[in-house]
Design a protein around this ligand. Sequence first.
Ligand SMILES: [Zn+2]
Ligand SMILES: [Zn+2]
Length: 313
Amino acid sequence: MKRNAIHVVIIIVAVLGGWLLAQNLHQKQLELSPTRATLSKLPLGGFHKFLSDVEWMFFVNYLGSLNTVDGDNVKQVVSRLERLMSYDPNLSKIYQEGAAMISIADPVKTVEILDAACENPNLKSNSQIPFYAGFVMVQHMTPPNHKDAIRYFKMAIERSGGKDQGNAYYTSYYYRAKAKVLAGEKKLDDRHALLQVLFNEWDDAILNSRGDVPTSEYNSQDLKERLLLAVRNTKNPPEDYKPTAEAVKLADEITKKVFSDAHLCHSCATAYCPGDKFCGACGTEVIVYGLCPFCKEVLTPGAKFCVKTGQKL
Ligand SMILES: [Zn+2]
Ligand SMILES: [Zn+2]
């Protein structure tokens, strides 16, 4: 009798101890892998990844059976995507290929799915997911949401190399989304707004390099080239664009501040060569540069002495 009582106590202690250990391990596991909390609660015995691969094959098959994803079947496609995510939230195909299937029929849900993937630490080096979130916002939402898309484009640039190496395609979308927002706020046409945005970025970058003003991540050759193109589009506009007087004024200001050493024609912003008296693109008279101070001939590039008179330059 006494022996039985001891056995019961030992069993209770063992069960309690086992339960505490399991709780503790579970907690540690969650700390190691935070996305585990979103995994399917089905008793899959750790075969989530395997199951997600199988499920993906079924998903692709299922998509093949649909003519198109529309209002009628989008809920079905979404629930399959959600099931895939519950098996393996780190499977990037779900976001890069799967979410694309629903982006037209349900852009809001698409962004919701992509946003969760942006926050997933296991996918934090993936730049395509945030880019695609921004892309869906400006391309498929009605009306387009440029304001919130900016954050995703910025994230995509940072993940693809940041500062100077960031993907130029992402950068285009980033500047254009910013320009759309500014155009709405200040009632500017899109190209004028883009010129202003690029100039602001450049200005921030210059101030930042002096060390007294925070952040611009985008001080690069790429930015300068975009700015020059925008200046040219304003000074020498294509047929479908009539820039306002303010836009032209801004382009002149930028030419003075940013491209003073670039020898641009003041009328059309095309670069001209040493010794040129007129712009080759529009025929406007330009300020001649690159002449020898002694004989007024065009200098040989890099020469230390005048090649006509032998004088030291
Ligand atoms: Zn010109
Ligand atoms: Zn000379």
